[in-house]
Design a protein around this ligand. Structure first.
Ligand code: AQP
Length: 343
């Protein structure tokens, strides 16, 4: 790759709760922060995705601002990253339409996340938007593609998004094949150690906003006492040994994974340190580490939320930077597809 290669990162997060959770933070958002050092980064609060399920307007507005505030509080730096709200850049929806016309119904029907999410409300009641969600996600990504052969496009996400990423690659390839080389094929960035953080009460299921019990999720904005209690009450497995064993000890293994990611220490070191101590001390230390990590993020989020104007300015500037790239990509797409230019 040449010296002048454009190395871009794109990722998004839904404003579907008042707080992100530890799965979002460790699985994706920490990578967003780290990648700012070596990539041109575009991060969006994907409000178009949020309305694929019924959403109160007031909730969406509040959660979109809260999402942006948490991202800045975690270290997304608006001076280096374009931090924006998806609906501020209408090209996302426009490219999604074009890509939707290249997607087979059967192909879209393969997406397991739609099956899981629609099963919760009954497939007949699920929206068409929920069904086409992965196509909008492909558009989110490909809009920020560098010119083919001149760069790289990386997408930091958790394991649950791997299939959607594959679809983005397929659609990029198909568009290139039909209309000429336009998009770089995006690469997923899914660090194995934190690819799937699981529920503290149901350690074989993904930690998720829509989890059946709030006790299973550590929210980034949880009060310290609340986060501490959730960890102390996390399901552990039979036996007393603090050892990783995905099959037989999924609860302890998940806690070890969280501890290791937060402390930056290998799991084997933790197993050695807690050999023979039982679960109690291990959980107590993990609770402290979690509180120490999240408390400053919570404080910074609260400060940012106290100044709506500043937050809106950050998002306005981010949208401007994102638009500069998105409008260029979309102009090329319109031309290649054969849409007549506006005189
Ligand atoms: N448990 C998790 N472990 C690792 N990564 C995770 N992510 C989500 N849960 C975990 C990653 O966080 C990013 C943002 O997720 P999102 O809010 O856009 O969508 P989501 O995957 O639908 O999040 P939830 O909490 O699971 O919501 P619901 O309950 O609505 O399904 C993504 O990169 C995701 O991989």
């Amino acid at each position: 790759m040449s010296q002048a290669a454009t190395r871009r990162v794109l990722s998004g997060i839904q404003p579907t709760a008042d707080s992100f959770h530890l799965g979002n933070y460790l699985g994706a958002l920490r990578q967003w922060v780290a990648l700012q050092d070596s990539y041109e980064t575009f991060y969006c609060v994907v409000d178009l995705h949020a309305i694929t399920v019924p959403t109160e307007p007031a909730d969406l507005r509040r959660r979109s601002r809260r999402a942006a505030a948490q991202l800045v509080a975690m270290g997304v730096d608006p001076a280096r990253s374009a931090l924006f709200v998806q609906s501020h850049v209408p090209e996302h929806a426009e490219l999604a339409w074009v890509l939707g016309c290249l997607t087979g119904f059967g192909e879209a029907n393969q997406m397991t996340q739609f099956k899981d999410k629609s099963a919760k409300q009954g497939t007949a009641a699920a929206s068409v938007g929920l069904f086409t969600y992965p196509i909008l996600q492909a558009a989110d990504i490909l809009l920020y593609s560098p010119p083919p052969g001149a760069g790289e496009l990386l997408v930091p996400v958790g394991e649950d998004q791997r299939q959607h990423l594959e679809l983005s690659r397929t659609l990029a390839q198909r568009f290139n094949h039909r209309y000429g080389e336009t998009f770089v094929l995006p690469d997923a960035h899914i660090p194995k150690a934190t690819a799937k953080i699981t529920d503290l009460q149901e350690p074989t299921a993904k930690m998720s906003k829509s989890s059946s019990t709030p006790q299973g999720i550590i929210d980034v904005l949880d009060e310290p006492g609340v986060a501490r209690r959730k960890i102390m009450r996390a399901i552990t497995d039979t036996g007393t040994e603090v050892t990783a064993d995905e099959q037989n000890k999924p609860g302890v293994t998940n806690l070890l994974r969280i501890f290791s990611a937060l402390a930056g220490e290998p799991i084997e070191d933790l197993e050695r340190r807690y050999a023979g101590t039982g679960y109690g001390q291990f959980k107590k230390d993990l609770a402290q580490l979690t509180v120490d990590t999240l408390a400053p993020i919570r404080e910074r989020t609260e400060k940012l939320l106290a100044d709506d104007d500043q937050l809106d300015r950050i998002l306005g500037q981010g949208a401007e930077r994102a638009s500069a790239v998105a409008t260029r990509t979309m102009a090329i797409v319109r031309d290649r597809v054969g849409f007549v230019g506006r005189g």
